[in-house]
Design a protein around this ligand. Structure first.
Ligand code: C5P
Length: 226
């Protein structure tokens, strides 16, 4: 007997985090950004100088590290993320971590460790979880499942604006499209829990929709299932 769960999956840059955060705030649910966990582990692997293909060492790290997520002060900022008491909130959003995270997330021992943690946090329900495998693996019995996508060009455009707002160096749309395509490719073709729409998920293509429109749609779906 648990509270309902909303699962939001989809490719990089579809707006999952922003939407999930707003849905959680509107409904008074906890927001779980699972990508932040894979990013934090990737940061730690890089920091320790462990080679990306040393699956044993990475597995050990995944099972022994302690990841903590806490809500940010406002709806606009990402969650605050700690790994082993390092505040990595901004460090996990660098281009370096972003380019390496898919290789770490493809390792089955890593997924086992992080999924177990996510399921422990979600045991009582009452949360909006966002990632790649939430509706398929982490919470397959979630009451509301959304597969949120947008075209590659639209996602690249949004990423470029995000970087601009964060004061990060300008990246061309071509480069952003290439890196989004590469990450989509890696995430959807990996052997363990590839990015995939769950059979019972509702697909939302967010091109031409505002964040508020997508948020309201999901909030209404949730209310219907109460
Ligand atoms: O969502 P975000 O871009 O922060 O996710 C970073 C990476 O973490 C993804 O590209 C994917 O490789 C991995 N990931 C995953 N499963 C999840 C969430 C993220 O494999 N549930």
């Amino acid at each position: 007997d648990r509270q309902p769960i909303i699962a939001i999956d989809g490719p990089a840059g579809a707006g999952k985090s922003t939407v999930a955060r707003q849905v959680a705030a509107k409904l008074g649910l906890v927001f779980l950004d699972t990508g932040a966990m894979y990013r934090a582990l990737t940061w730690l692997v890089l920091q320790k100088g462990i080679p990306m293909d040393d699956e044993c060492a990475i597995a050990e790290l995944a099972n022994s590290c302690s990841i903590r997520l806490t809500p940010s002060e406002d709806l606009k900022s990402p969650v605050r993320v700690w790994i082993n008491d390092n505040d990595v909130t901004t460090k996990i959003r660098t281009a370096e971590v972003t380019s390496k995270v898919s290789a770490i997330a493809a390792q089955s021992a890593v997924r086992q460790a992080l999924v177990k943690q996510q399921q422990r946090w979600g045991k009582e329900g009452g949360l909006v979880a966002e990632g790649r495998d939430i509706g398929t693996q982490v919470f397959p019995d979630a009451e509301v499942k959304i597969f949120l996508t947008a075209t590659v060009s639209e996602r690249a455009r949004r990423r470029q604006q995000d970087y601009k707002k964060q004061g990060q160096p300008e990246v061309s749309l071509e480069e952003l499209e290439a890196s989004i395509k590469e990450r989509d490719g890696q995430d959807s073709t990996r052997l363990v829990s590839p990015l995939m729409k769950a059979a019972d998920a509702i697909e939302v293509v967010s091109d031409g929709l505002t964040i508020d429109e997508v948020t309201t749609g999901i909030v209404n779906l949730y209310k219907q299932c109460l």
